[in-house]
Design a protein around this ligand. Structure first.
Ligand code: E4P
Length: 218
Protein backbone atom coordinates (compact mmCIF):
# COMPACT_ATOMS: atom_id res chain seq x y z
CA UNK A 1 0.00 0.00 0.00
CA UNK A 2 1.27 3.48 -0.87
CA UNK A 3 1.38 6.21 1.80
CA UNK A 4 0.54 9.75 0.69
CA UNK A 5 0.53 12.70 3.07
CA UNK A 6 -2.56 14.91 2.92
CA UNK A 7 -1.19 18.38 3.50
CA UNK A 8 0.38 21.42 1.87
CA UNK A 9 2.67 21.97 4.88
CA UNK A 10 6.28 21.66 3.66
CA UNK A 11 7.66 20.84 7.12
CA UNK A 12 5.25 17.90 7.55
CA UNK A 13 5.97 16.69 4.00
CA UNK A 14 9.74 16.77 4.71
CA UNK A 15 9.29 14.95 8.02
CA UNK A 16 7.21 12.17 6.42
CA UNK A 17 9.65 11.92 3.51
CA UNK A 18 12.63 11.67 5.87
CA UNK A 19 10.92 8.78 7.65
CA UNK A 20 11.43 6.92 4.37
CA UNK A 21 7.88 5.70 3.86
CA UNK A 22 6.30 8.45 1.79
CA UNK A 23 5.06 7.74 -1.74
CA UNK A 24 3.31 11.01 -2.53
CA UNK A 25 1.32 14.06 -1.46
CA UNK A 26 -2.28 15.15 -1.84
CA UNK A 27 -3.36 18.76 -1.49
CA UNK A 28 -6.69 20.50 -1.88
CA UNK A 29 -7.74 24.17 -1.95
CA UNK A 30 -8.55 24.12 1.79
CA UNK A 31 -5.12 22.70 2.66
CA UNK A 32 -3.42 25.33 0.47
CA UNK A 33 -5.47 28.09 2.14
CA UNK A 34 -4.51 26.72 5.57
CA UNK A 35 -0.84 27.36 4.67
CA UNK A 36 -1.71 30.86 3.45
CA UNK A 37 -0.85 30.05 -0.18
CA UNK A 38 -2.80 32.42 -2.43
CA UNK A 39 -2.39 33.86 -5.93
CA UNK A 40 -1.40 31.94 -9.06
CA UNK A 41 2.35 32.57 -8.73
CA UNK A 42 2.51 31.49 -5.09
CA UNK A 43 0.40 28.41 -5.78
CA UNK A 44 2.69 27.40 -8.64
CA UNK A 45 5.81 27.99 -6.52
CA UNK A 46 4.33 25.94 -3.69
CA UNK A 47 3.55 22.95 -5.93
CA UNK A 48 7.12 23.14 -7.26
CA UNK A 49 8.47 23.20 -3.70
CA UNK A 50 6.44 20.09 -2.86
CA UNK A 51 7.69 18.34 -6.02
CA UNK A 52 11.27 19.16 -4.97
CA UNK A 53 10.80 17.22 -1.72
CA UNK A 54 9.11 14.01 -2.86
CA UNK A 55 9.90 11.53 -5.62
CA UNK A 56 6.45 11.15 -7.21
CA UNK A 57 2.69 11.65 -7.08
CA UNK A 58 1.77 15.20 -6.10
CA UNK A 59 -1.97 15.79 -6.44
CA UNK A 60 -2.74 19.41 -7.36
CA UNK A 61 -6.43 20.33 -7.51
CA UNK A 62 -8.07 22.45 -10.21
CA UNK A 63 -10.36 25.28 -9.12
CA UNK A 64 -12.35 25.59 -12.36
CA UNK A 65 -15.62 23.66 -12.61
CA UNK A 66 -16.32 24.08 -16.35
CA UNK A 67 -14.77 21.71 -18.91
CA UNK A 68 -12.61 24.28 -20.71
CA UNK A 69 -11.43 25.79 -17.44
CA UNK A 70 -10.57 22.40 -15.93
CA UNK A 71 -8.63 21.42 -19.07
CA UNK A 72 -6.67 24.70 -19.15
CA UNK A 73 -5.81 24.62 -15.47
CA UNK A 74 -5.01 20.90 -15.48
CA UNK A 75 -2.68 21.15 -18.49
CA UNK A 76 -0.84 24.05 -16.81
CA UNK A 77 -0.50 22.10 -13.56
CA UNK A 78 0.72 18.99 -15.40
CA UNK A 79 3.42 21.06 -17.15
CA UNK A 80 4.90 22.13 -13.80
CA UNK A 81 6.45 18.74 -13.09
CA UNK A 82 6.12 15.08 -14.16
CA UNK A 83 5.19 14.31 -10.55
CA UNK A 84 1.94 16.29 -10.75
CA UNK A 85 -1.35 14.38 -10.74
CA UNK A 86 -4.27 16.67 -11.69
CA UNK A 87 -6.98 16.46 -9.05
CA UNK A 88 -10.44 16.89 -10.55
CA UNK A 89 -13.77 17.01 -8.69
CA UNK A 90 -16.40 14.33 -9.30
CA UNK A 91 -18.75 16.43 -11.38
CA UNK A 92 -20.10 16.00 -14.93
CA UNK A 93 -17.51 18.39 -16.41
CA UNK A 94 -14.82 16.74 -14.33
CA UNK A 95 -15.55 13.31 -15.76
CA UNK A 96 -15.39 14.68 -19.30
CA UNK A 97 -12.07 16.34 -18.48
CA UNK A 98 -10.64 13.15 -16.92
CA UNK A 99 -11.42 11.28 -20.15
CA UNK A 100 -9.51 13.92 -22.17
CA UNK A 101 -6.61 14.21 -19.70
CA UNK A 102 -6.22 10.42 -19.89
CA UNK A 103 -6.13 10.60 -23.71
CA UNK A 104 -3.37 13.22 -23.39
CA UNK A 105 -1.37 11.08 -20.97
CA UNK A 106 -2.03 13.38 -18.00
CA UNK A 107 -2.59 11.50 -14.73
CA UNK A 108 -5.69 12.37 -12.70
CA UNK A 109 -7.10 11.94 -9.22
CA UNK A 110 -10.90 12.11 -9.15
CA UNK A 111 -11.76 13.67 -5.80
CA UNK A 112 -14.85 14.03 -3.61
CA UNK A 113 -16.02 10.45 -4.18
CA UNK A 114 -18.84 9.45 -1.85
CA UNK A 115 -20.52 6.54 -3.70
CA UNK A 116 -19.62 3.40 -5.63
CA UNK A 117 -21.42 4.76 -8.69
CA UNK A 118 -19.18 7.83 -8.74
CA UNK A 119 -16.10 5.60 -8.44
CA UNK A 120 -17.33 3.44 -11.32
CA UNK A 121 -17.80 6.51 -13.55
CA UNK A 122 -14.33 7.81 -12.69
CA UNK A 123 -12.76 4.44 -13.56
CA UNK A 124 -14.63 4.31 -16.86
CA UNK A 125 -13.31 7.78 -17.69
CA UNK A 126 -9.79 6.47 -17.03
CA UNK A 127 -8.89 8.23 -13.76
CA UNK A 128 -5.49 7.19 -12.40
CA UNK A 129 -6.83 7.46 -8.83
CA UNK A 130 -10.21 7.83 -7.14
CA UNK A 131 -10.41 9.48 -3.74
CA UNK A 132 -13.30 8.20 -1.59
CA UNK A 133 -13.56 10.32 1.58
CA UNK A 134 -13.89 7.94 4.52
CA UNK A 135 -13.91 10.40 7.43
CA UNK A 136 -16.51 12.72 5.91
CA UNK A 137 -18.86 9.75 5.41
CA UNK A 138 -18.26 8.57 8.99
CA UNK A 139 -19.05 12.14 10.12
CA UNK A 140 -22.61 11.78 8.81
CA UNK A 141 -23.19 8.23 10.10
CA UNK A 142 -22.36 6.49 6.82
CA UNK A 143 -19.81 3.68 6.71
CA UNK A 144 -16.71 5.09 4.98
CA UNK A 145 -14.82 1.80 5.11
CA UNK A 146 -17.74 -0.06 3.52
CA UNK A 147 -17.42 2.26 0.52
CA UNK A 148 -13.70 1.46 0.19
CA UNK A 149 -14.48 -2.28 0.21
CA UNK A 150 -17.28 -1.83 -2.33
CA UNK A 151 -15.09 0.12 -4.77
CA UNK A 152 -12.23 -2.39 -4.49
CA UNK A 153 -14.68 -5.23 -5.26
CA UNK A 154 -16.13 -3.42 -8.28
CA UNK A 155 -12.70 -2.59 -9.69
CA UNK A 156 -11.57 -6.20 -9.21
CA UNK A 157 -14.71 -7.50 -10.97
CA UNK A 158 -13.80 -5.65 -14.14
CA UNK A 159 -10.04 -5.26 -13.88
CA UNK A 160 -10.08 -1.46 -13.74
CA UNK A 161 -6.59 -0.06 -13.32
CA UNK A 162 -7.77 3.03 -11.42
CA UNK A 163 -6.14 3.00 -7.98
CA UNK A 164 -8.27 3.35 -4.86
CA UNK A 165 -6.81 6.25 -2.88
CA UNK A 166 -8.53 6.26 0.50
CA UNK A 167 -8.86 9.90 1.61
CA UNK A 168 -10.22 11.82 4.57
CA UNK A 169 -8.39 9.33 6.77
CA UNK A 170 -8.60 10.58 10.34
CA UNK A 171 -6.81 8.00 12.48
CA UNK A 172 -4.58 4.96 12.45
CA UNK A 173 -7.46 2.46 12.52
CA UNK A 174 -8.80 3.95 9.28
CA UNK A 175 -5.36 3.36 7.75
CA UNK A 176 -5.08 -0.20 9.04
CA UNK A 177 -8.61 -1.07 7.88
CA UNK A 178 -7.76 0.33 4.44
CA UNK A 179 -4.70 -1.92 4.35
CA UNK A 180 -6.85 -4.92 5.31
CA UNK A 181 -9.38 -4.07 2.61
CA UNK A 182 -6.61 -3.76 0.02
CA UNK A 183 -6.77 -0.03 -0.79
CA UNK A 184 -3.93 0.89 -3.17
CA UNK A 185 -3.13 4.16 -1.40
CA UNK A 186 -4.00 5.96 1.81
CA UNK A 187 -3.62 9.71 2.18
CA UNK A 188 -3.60 11.12 5.69
CA UNK A 189 -2.06 13.79 7.94
CA UNK A 190 1.43 13.27 9.41
CA UNK A 191 0.10 12.33 12.86
CA UNK A 192 -1.72 9.31 11.40
CA UNK A 193 1.50 8.02 9.82
CA UNK A 194 3.58 8.60 12.96
CA UNK A 195 0.74 7.17 15.07
CA UNK A 196 1.63 3.78 13.57
CA UNK A 197 4.96 3.91 15.43
CA UNK A 198 3.35 3.90 18.84
CA UNK A 199 2.97 1.00 21.24
CA UNK A 200 3.45 1.23 25.04
CA UNK A 201 5.01 -2.27 25.13
CA UNK A 202 7.66 -1.11 22.65
CA UNK A 203 8.46 1.88 24.86
CA UNK A 204 8.57 -0.10 28.13
CA UNK A 205 10.43 -2.98 26.45
CA UNK A 206 13.10 -0.64 25.09
CA UNK A 207 13.44 1.15 28.42
CA UNK A 208 14.06 -2.22 30.13
CA UNK A 209 16.59 -3.36 27.48
CA UNK A 210 18.56 -0.11 27.89
CA UNK A 211 18.38 -0.27 31.69
CA UNK A 212 19.67 -3.87 31.75
CA UNK A 213 22.44 -2.98 29.31
CA UNK A 214 23.48 -0.05 31.48
CA UNK A 215 23.52 -2.21 34.64
CA UNK A 216 25.66 -4.93 33.10
CA UNK A 217 28.08 -2.40 31.58
CA UNK A 218 28.59 -0.17 34.62
C1 E4P B 1 -8.24 14.18 -0.19
O1 E4P B 1 -7.43 14.22 -1.09
C2 E4P B 1 -8.59 15.31 0.67
O2 E4P B 1 -7.56 16.26 0.56
C3 E4P B 1 -8.66 14.97 2.13
O3 E4P B 1 -8.32 13.64 2.41
C4 E4P B 1 -9.89 15.46 2.82
O4 E4P B 1 -9.79 15.15 4.18
P1 E4P B 1 -10.69 15.85 5.29
O5 E4P B 1 -12.07 15.29 5.19
O6 E4P B 1 -10.02 15.49 6.58
O7 E4P B 1 -10.67 17.32 4.98
Amino acid sequence: MKFFIDTANLKDIKEAYELGVLDGVTTNPSLMAKEGIAGAENVTAHYKAICDIVEANVSAEVIATDYEGIMKEGRELAKLDDKIVVKVPMIREGIKAIKQFTAEGIRTNCTLIFSAGQALLAAKAGASYVSPFIGRLDDISHDGMALIEQIIQIYQNYGYETEVLAASVRHTMHLIQCAEAGADVVTCPLNVITGLLKHPLTDSGLAKFLEDHKKSNS
